[in-house]
Design a protein around this ligand. Structure first.
Ligand code: ZN
Ligand code: ZN
Length: 348
C-alpha cells in the first residue's frame, strides 16, 4: 500500500478554523451552543415540549452474510451497516466510514443511546477492511470497541487530533489530516474537507480535535461522506472544486429541536441541498434509524426526505433509502472483472 500526502495550503498562517487550543466553525452565521442550551433542551423535554415518540419501531433488515462482499474485487458497491457506518468497495478496496458495531454509543456500557437495529452485517462477516475513514470523535462515530476489533489491519484516515485516541487503542497505522489535505492510497485520492460540527467526548474538552467530511475519488468512481454537519455555505464550494460525485452520503437524522440542532445537524430538506451543492448523483441517507439521539421519531427522517425530493421534482430513483445491511452496486467494472477472472484462471 502506498500513501502519499499533499500538505494543505494554509500552513504558512493559522487557518480560520484553528484556535489556540483546538478548532472552531469559521462559517458565517454559525452560533455556538453551550451548556446552558443543553440544559434548556433537557428541561423542555422534561416539560413535555418535545414531540411524542413511539415506544417501538419496525425496521426491515436486509439479509447479508457478507459473502458477495468478500468475493467482490471489481464492482463499486455501497452497504449500509447502520447509523453512519457504510462499507464502500472501490477498485478492490474495502472502505469503512465511522465504524460502529457496539450496542451503545456512550462512554459506558450500561447507559447511553442503545441500538434499535442490529448492525446490518455481523462484524465477523466483513471482508478485510483496507481503509477506515473517521469524521469526528463523538461516540456514535468513533467507537472504542469497534476500533479495537479492527486493530492494525486497516489504515485509518482521521481529522487532526483524533490520532491520540487511536494510539491509546494500540493503533499505529493512521494519518491525521486537516481540512484541505489530500492523501492518495493505491491510486484513490482521499480529501479531508470541512464540515460544520463540533467534537468532544465525556470529560474531555470540547472542540480539541477536528471534525471533517471526506471526498473520495478513484478512477472507477467517487463518493462523498459528509460525517455530521449543519448546513453551511462552503458546501457549494466543495462541490465546485471536487464534484461531481457518483454517490453522496448525507445525515438525515438528529435534527430536532431546530433551535438547538440546526447549526450542527442538517434536517432532511437541508440534506437534499447538500446533495445538490455537492453535485451528487446517488443520495444515500445515513445517521438515522439506529440510535435515538434527538427529538424526532426515529422513522420520520426518510418521510421528510422523500417529501422534499417530491417538492423539488427530483428523480426519486436516485435516492437510495437502504435497509440496514443492504448492498447496492453503484457501477460494475466488466473489464476489471474479466481481468481478475483471467488471473484466477492462470493461477489454477
Ligand atoms: Zn457528532
Ligand atoms: Zn452523529
Amino acid at each position: 500500500m502506498t500513501v502519499t500526502t499533499m500538505m494543505h495550503a494554509s500552513e504558512t498562517g493559522a487557518p480560520a478554523h484553528h484556535t489556540a487550543n483546538g478548532f472552531r466553525n469559521p462559517f458565517p452565521g454559525f452560533e455556538e451552543k453551550g451548556f446552558v442550551d443543553v440544559l434548556q433542551w433537557q428541561l423542555d423535554r422534561m416539560r413535555g415540549k418535545s414531540p411524542k415518540k413511539p415506544k417501538a419501531y419496525r425496521f426491515d433488515m436486509a439479509e447479508n452474510d457478507g459473502k458477495c462482499l468478500r468475493d467482490n474485487r471489481a464492482d463499486f458497491t455501497v452497504t449500509w451497516i447502520g447509523h453512519s457506518t457504510l462499507l464502500l468497495q472501490m477498485q478492490g478496496m474495502n472502505i469503512l466510514t465511522d465504524p460502529m458495531w457496539s450496542e451503545r454509543c456512550s462512554p459506558v456500557g450500561f447507559a447511553g443511546p442503545k441500538r434499535y437495529v442490529d448492525p446490518g452485517i455481523k462484524f465477523e462477516d466483513l471482508p478485510g477492511i483496507d481503509i477506515v475513514l473517521i469524521s469526528h470523535d463523538h461516540y456514535d462515530h468513533l467507537d472504542k470497541a469497534t476500533i479495537r476489533r479492527l486493530g492494525n489491519k486497516p489504515f485509518y484516515l482521521v481529522p487532526l487530533g483524533v490520532g491520540a485516541f487511536l494510539q491509546q487503542q494500540g493503533i499505529r497505522r493512521f494519518k491525521e489530516l486537516d481540512w484541505g489535505d489530500k492523501t492518495t492510497i493505491d491510486e484513490i485520492d482521499f480529501y479531508c474537507t470541512p464540515a460544520q460540527h463540533f467534537s468532544g467526548r465525556a470529560l474531555k474538552g470540547r472542540n480539541k480535535t477536528l471534525w471533517c467530511s471526506w471526498a473520495v475519488k478513484g478512477q472507477s468512481g467517487s463518493f462523498y461522506y459528509t460525517g455530521d454537519t449543519g448546513y453551511f455555505d462552503g458546501i457549494k464550494e466543495i462541490g465546485n472544486k471536487l464534484g461531481p460525485f457518483d454517490l453522496v452520503a448525507v445525515p438525515i437524522g438528529a435534527y430536532l429541536p431546530r433551535w438547538f440542532m440546526a447549526g450542527v445537524h442538517v434536517d432532511p430538506a437541508e440534506a437534499v441541498q447538500v446533495y445538490l451543492d455537492l453535485q451528487g448523483k446517488i443520495f444515500v441517507p445515513i445517521h438515522w434509524g439506529t440510535f435515538d439521539l434527538a427529538d424526532e421519531p426515529l422513522d420520520e427522517p426518510p418521510r421528510l426526505l422523500f417529501e422534499e425530493v417530491e417538492k423539488q421534482g427530483l428523480d426519486k430513483s436516485l435516492f437510495w433509502q437502504l435497509k440496514h445491511g443492504e448492498t447496492r452496486i453503484i457501477s460494475s467494472d466488466e473489464g476489471e472483472r474479466m481481468a481478475i477472472a483471467a488471473e484466477v484462471q492462470e493461477e489454477k
